[in-house]
Design a protein around this ligand. Sequence first.
Ligand SMILES: NCCCN[C@H]1CC[C@H](NCCCN)CC1
Length: 288
Amino acid sequence: PGWFSEISPMWPGEAHSLKVEKILFQGKSDYQDVMVFQSSTYGKVLVLDGVIQLTERDECAYQEMITHLPLCSIPNPKKVLVIGGGDGGVLREVARHSSVEQIDICEIDKMVVDVSKQFFPDVAVGYDDPRVTLHVGDGVAFLKAVPEGTYDAIIVDSSDPIGPAQELFEKPFFETVARALRPGGVVCTQAESIWLHMHIIEGIVANCRQIFKGSVNYAWTTVPTYPSGVIGFMLCSTEGPSVDFKNPINPIDKDDSSFKRPLKFYNSEIHSAAFCLPSFAKKVIESK
Ligand SMILES: NCCCN[C@H]1CC[C@H](NCCCN)CC1
């Protein structure tokens, strides 16, 4: 009864609101406030420190795009690491790729994992895959301990730069990611909104161009319940076999009945379209 408004200094002067039917969980972990509520029109909603992380109605857009943009750009991904993403949605999408043999996930906040398993079973289903290993801890420390060149793909499903994910937007972190990737390996990170965070994106692109000597591209998609209705991704590859992010080489948009649930959002056309940028963003991103 009433409305939840997502008010934050990260998007001053605006707030997306959702009508609340019932608050289902409220807690405080070692890292952040955790809340789940039943919304009137977007299903259940997960909120961390007052910021919407996912809703049942539109989480498919973000989870499918952040996963399939990198994994459909390289041949036969085998070893995949997810940093963050404790809700399990990215794991669910990675598990669709039959070439994948090992899926590691490093999530700092165990409460996010437990709350997702309790309230978002269709998202946390990703943990059921036998290839998945959960590490609860700091992604930066995890990556430093990983042998060089371990992973084919790393997906950084982080929250925003204010809070526990702050260091996942800084240069040292990108250097540990590059070291953990094989030659021609790929990383896809949550990279904010071109409407709200062009300055943050500018900094991320500049860092990535210095660190990743393969391809560096920015893609974006629509997620109605994220501020400004869009969210972006940095797609980078290390020096080695070339990666053309804009043309998927192993599209999985065929309606393959072998998947328990068909894809709701991703397909090979929207993959390529995701890299088409409006001029104000193109100017900044492609000039770095
Ligand atoms: N697996 C779903 C996790 C979602 N990650 C992030 C949650 C916070 C959200 N803020 C958007 C801020 C405006 N760009 C970005 C995605």
